[in-house]
Every structure is written in C-alpha cells, then in structure tokens.
Design a protein around this ligand. Sequence first.
Ligand code: FMN
Length: 174
Amino acid sequence: MENFHDLLVNRRSIRKYTDELLSPDEVKLILEAALMSPAGKRQNPWQFVVVEDKEVLEKLSYAKEHGSGPIKGAALAVVVICDPRVDTWVEDGSIASMLIQAQCADLGLGSCWIHIRNRYTANGQSSEDAVRSILDIPYEWQVLSIISIGHKNEERKPFDTDKLQWEKVHIGKW
Ligand SMILES: Cc1cc2nc3c(=O)[nH]c(=O)nc-3n(C[C@H](O)[C@H](O)[C@H](O)COP(=O)(O)O)c2cc1C
C-alpha cells in the first residue's frame, strides 16, 4: 500500500478466503501490530490466541448464530481476549483488533472482525462461553472479537471519498 490514506480507502471487510496459508513473516507482522497497540495507561489488558487448525476454526465459526461464518474459511484467526479488571479493556481490545486488520490490509490480506462480546450462539449460549470452552480460556477473561484472516477470494469496492457522511462532522460545536 502506498500510503495510509490509500490503505483506509481500500480496506474493506473480506469474508471469503482462498486456501493459501499465511507465511510465518506475515503472521509475525500481524502479531507485532497487535502487541504495539496503544492501551490506556499502557496496561495492555489483551491476550491473543492464534488459531490455524481447520477443525478449531470450524468450531469457532459456530460461536454466533449469525455473522461468524467467515472464520470457517479463514487461513488463520486471532482471538482477542481482555482482562475486564482494566476499565478501558473494550477500547484497548478494539484498537488491537483494528490494528490487526490494518496490518492485514497493508499486507494485501483480507480480514473481518467477528464480534463475540454480548453475542449468542444459535442455541442461546453466550458466544464468549462458547469460545472459552473451545480454546480453554479461563472464565475471568473476556472474549471481545475474533479476526478472521486470509488471502482474498472476493473483491470489494474501495470507499468513494466523494460519498462520505460529512453531515456527521460538526465544526466548532454540535
Ligand atoms: C465492532 C464490529 C463488529 C463486527 N462484527 C462483525 C461480525 O460479527 N460479522 C461480520 O461478518 N462482520 C462484522 N463486522 C464487520 C462490519 O460488518 C463491517 O466493518 C461494516 O459492514 C463495514 O464494512 P467494511 O468493513 O467493508 O467497510 C464488525 C465490525 C465491527 C467494527
């Protein structure tokens, strides 16, 4: 990607992936992005579980009734887990999730944020509990998101910067 603005214009959620695996260098860059995320008071309340095993990815793809399907076809998923005793954990985990996605975009990889917190499986179980039991995550940790990642197998249009919602921007006061 030539510059950061180009990256933002071209970044779209990608939910379909080829079978190609990520290289070790790509995985390292993605995890470095996660670990360099800014966090309130530098408390870094996040932990990341990296999943490449196809069977586990498939199990995770049922963690929600709707919207978790992309995990099944992903080459890899990064599960973002946080310590809720840190009062900025949602913000900190969200920033880490987004920087993982930005790094993926810079590498030309597709990714999608799969939301887990406050969501439910098809049979009414909390999505967090479903993910906790699949990955042996201790109960006291919260599962915020799963970022599904892979080589793109769909095209998405870039943003049209002439059609941004400028009406949401207030100058000086509301
Ligand atoms: C907090 C959050 C939760 C999301 N949850 C899901 C999800 O569970 N499943 C999914 O397919 N996409 C999910 N997305 C992706 C959004 O649907 C997507 O970002 C939005 O439609 C805008 O599309 P774009 O990313 O291509 O610009 C989520 C995105 C965010 C930021």
